[in-house]
Ligand binder design. Structure first.
Ligand SMILES: Nc1nc2c(ncn2[C@@H]2O[C@H](COP(=O)(O)OP(=O)(O)O)[C@@H](O)[C@H]2O)c(=O)[nH]1
Ligand SMILES: [Mg+2]
Length: 471
């Protein structure tokens, strides 16, 4: 089933007839072994130093394990099969040898091309838009995001359905199956599905408009127990790497490292320990995609909406990528637009911190200075875990900045807490740095270093105490 990948509890599963294919029953690639494939045309956009970097990162984000890659340089694609026939046979052998279960093309393919390629390689073939849609579908956390993704799936699949439909009509029309005017069951089914698709599409569009209108009227009300940090940036910039490095226990023998599916699919939000008593939540968001197909822009933006709930955004940029400058601009303007759509005034928006990642790959360090002169406060980092060969550069700095923001400006407070409030006493002593403790008849008098936001949060949680002095 092509359309209803990972339908959320709220979204209706739409059944659409697909020509029988033993391999192509779902486009979901979670836990599959994938070979990535590309045809390099003259105007193809890719990083020559890391030609499959983005596609591999996308495939892994969707939960696949990439086991092989294959590419071919051509002036123009082969119309029936996109790749040349010799190369396709090579691809088939590669899949057999590596026991791959899916081939992911770095292009958008016509339905007939997918069918033709599958016939040669004998495994499921999916194209770039399908892969991206699959990721969006699994990441849609709000009603609006899942509606947007479903709409994009309909819009992407609908024209392809039509292509198959007219193809079928031609076969029937040529008198092959039961003569002119005979309607085979498959064709009838397609026509019904086509109408269902159209009706569903209208409904989705209506519902999305409604939600947008309602949201525009709403004033932003962000309320959270935890300080949350969001990671944003292009696919392949190193977001997941940084996410893992920051949240995995060091020297822990890779307890999380082997559990990739768990790491990338189920928990995209984890605790990040900033100092012994200060813990914040950090989320790995959906990555920006280079050259995002036009029909996927709306669903990408809907998925990015989770960024509006963060208190601090870490923008991860691969500065070793030749397109870094363009990536930076796109991230900034897209975030501006998403926040505006969400009705967040500038004061309500999370602060953005620019992280210049992969500095270990830069041939020339002056690049860092150029970035820093243009974006003051940008931090050069190496996201790779120091336990796995990274340099650790910048990691301490971002933890310090996040800590300061999470707890607010620090002071030494003298607090009087009624002795019966033993929980409050305990909480304050674990949260802050205890300097001195005394007692009078009714109170514990604590001298303790705490951040302003920690004080606010303690009060919000119901702790009762009085501030006797602050310095
Ligand atoms: N050399 C180097 N490679 C990195 C660094 N950070 C990430 N990478 C590599 O970049 C690739 C993409 O990283 P990933 O975290 O999956 O990117 P994401 O798509 O933003 O989540 C992986 O092969 C990482 O090992 C870094 O600081 N230095
Ligand atoms: Mg990632």
């Amino acid at each position: 089933m092509r359309l209803a990948t990972q339908s959320t509890p709220q979204s209706t599963t739409l059944r659409v007839y697909m020509p029988p294919s033993k391999d192509r029953t779902t486009i979901n690639v979670q836990a599959e072994r994938a070979v990535v494939a590309a045809v390099r045309l003259q105007n193809s956009i890719f990083d020559p130093n890391d030609p499959f970097g983005e596609l591999v990162a996308l495939a892994e984000q969707a939960g696949a394990t990439v086991v092989g890659e294959i590419e071919q340089a051509r002036h123009r694609p082969e119309s029936a099969t996109f790749m040349g026939s010799g190369k396709l046979e090579e691809l088939r052998d590669l899949c057999e040898r590596l026991e791959a279960t899916v081939v992911i093309f770095d292009h958008d393919l016509a339905p007939s091309q997918i069918g033709n390629i599958e016939k040669v390689v004998n495994v499921k073939v999916i194209d770039r838009s399908e892969l991206i849609l699959d990721i969006f579908a699994s990441r849609a956390t709000t009603r609006q995001a899942s509606l947007q993704v479903e709409l994009a799936q309909l819009e992407y699949t609908y024209p392809r359905l039509r292509a198959m439909w007219s193809h079928l009509e031609r076969i029937v029309g040529s008198g092959g199956i039961g003569g002119v005017g005979t309607r085979g069951p498959g064709e009838q089914q397609l026509e019904i599905d086509r109408r269902l698709v159209q009706r569903r599409r209208m409904r989705l569009q209506g519902e999305i408009k409604e939600i947008q209108a309602r949201k525009a009227r709403e004033v932003s009300k962000r309320k959270q127990d935890h300080f949350t940090v969001g990671l944003v940036g292009y696919t392949n910039a190193g977001k997941s790497t940084l996410f893992n490095t920051l949240t995995e226990p060091h020297g822990g023998g890779g307890a999380y490292a082997d559990d990739r599916v768990f790491a990338t699919l189920h928990t995209r939000t984890r605790a990040w320990l900033l100092s012994p008593a200060v813990e914040v939540m950090i989320s790995d968001t959906v990555g920006f995609v280079r050259d995002l197909p036009h029909h996927l822009i709306a669903s990408f933006r809907a998925t990015l909406e989770e960024a509006t709930h963060a208190d601090l955004l870490l923008m991860v940029l691969d500065i070793a990528d030749p397109a870094a400058e363009m990536h930076y601009q796109t991230i900034q303007t897209t975030l501006d637009e998403v926040f505006k759509d969400a009705g967040l005034s500038e004061a309500d928006q999370p602060e953005r911190l620019l992280l210049l990642n992969k500095v270990d790959r830069l041939p020339d360090a002056s690049e860092i200075l150029i970035w820093q002169s243009r974006v003051p406060g940008a931090i050069p980092i190496c996201a790779l875990d120091p336990d796995k060969g990274g340099t650790g550069r910048g990691l301490e700095t971002i933890a310090q900045i996040a800590r300061t923001q999470a707890i607010g400006p620090e002071h030494v407070y003298e607090l009087a807490i009624p002795l019966r409030e033993s929980k409050a006493i305990h909480d304050i002593e674990t949260l802050g740095e205890l300097i001195d403790r005394n007692y009078d008849a009714n109170n514990a008098i604590l001298q303790v270093r705490l951040g302003e936001r920690q004080i606010e949060r303690l009060r919000a949680r119901g702790a009762s105490f009085t501030i006797q002095s602050q310095s």
